[in-house]
Design a protein. Sequence first.
Length: 469
Amino acid sequence: MDHQRVIRDVTVRLPMASSTPEACRWTVTALSRHTPATISVLLAVHDRLRCVAATGAWQVFATVPARTGIVGRVYATGAPAVVPDVSVDPDYLPVRPDVTAELCVPVLDPTGRAIGVLDLQWSEPTDLEPWRETAQRLADGLGARIAALGGPPAESRSEKLLRHAAALSSAPTEGEVMGAAARAAREVSTLSTALLLIGAQLGPSPATPGDLETRIRAELAAAGPAALDRMVERAHRYGAGYTLGETGHPPTEDYRPLTRAGVRTLVAVPVGPTDAGGVLLVADERALRPDPTTVSLMELLAGQAWTSLDRLRTLARLREQASSDPLTGLRHTGPFGQRIAAATPGRTALLAIDVDGFKTVNDTYGHQAGDRVLVGLARALEGALRHGDELYRIGGDEFVAVIEVSRPEEAVRIAERLTEAARRIGRTISVGVALPRPGETPDRTLKRADQALYTVKRQGRDGVLLSAA
């Protein structure tokens, strides 16, 4: 093999390439005339290596994470890889089942920075060493031409949007969804500032907000919730809107807080449904001309953001339903167990509560009447408790209040307030009170409260008893 001829044949047309993809395609095509190898050029685009040109395989990897495979190793280290036997290299990415050897060299820009790789894979015996020098010289020529053409192809705005959509769908909190949506809007639109407004709630501020965003947030805070509601209502009534960067045209009154902050370019896109959604504001203090494609991409982003927010809210509702009694809305046994597990000895009182004569109500008037009694009683007991006290329904007509007190007598007084609240709605309850002892398990504390409760029952009901310390 005349490797000097290979180099001449491959590089002769490189100066005529008018784009980076064309330079890569010419390199692969010309090189394939001299070797049966599977050939590909992968360039760094954002955080991945993207295949820009390839030949000789039924399927190629369109993108590869920047540190994955032999190609990722070469890109990360900037050092060529000569692999005579791919079966013993754990980084090998299978492209063809018959490949036996791989040669990968970095594509460098004139400063020596890796911008991609040139990869060759053979399925027949090959002397790799001569090819190593040839491949590196070809890669160096390709890197110089790519640099002259402006570098690797930029990530398209659609690709950016898809990348951010993945981040939105995996965000674990509403605040992180709103922050991710704002970052995506800034990057995809190329405008300097973006804020997501849901109802009258602004998304979280970035760690280092720009001057324009700081001014916008200050103006919106000063304008108050009514002004924010008008922006949301306008977007949902009329749809997405944007400026044309033209001077001399005053904004509508709804956008006065934004113009006072220095906004000269604005894309406003409705987010979610009219009754629960908001608006995505994408702005810049330069007078620019967003095109309809930019607005369309912002609409797609707004849809994805709302889908992610709605998913989180649905999950939160399901978790709440799983931990709440569907009849009374009180929390039940699962969260109750977690709460009493954190009880403080001598400070946390458990009040075991039972409805007197509840079985008679069910047997005489039916279960619907019994349900009404339970709901009414739950509201009455909640109203008698202090702020921070917690009420749980742990059985049919069994409730437990968990309260923090400074001494046992305080717990008894609160229990007596509960019995008075029950009497005011025509019912009576029996209450047993217990405070955790040092080293006592929560279950044991609750059992002592239950024993005190049953003593009240035996003594005539409608009363309170403190378990012995």
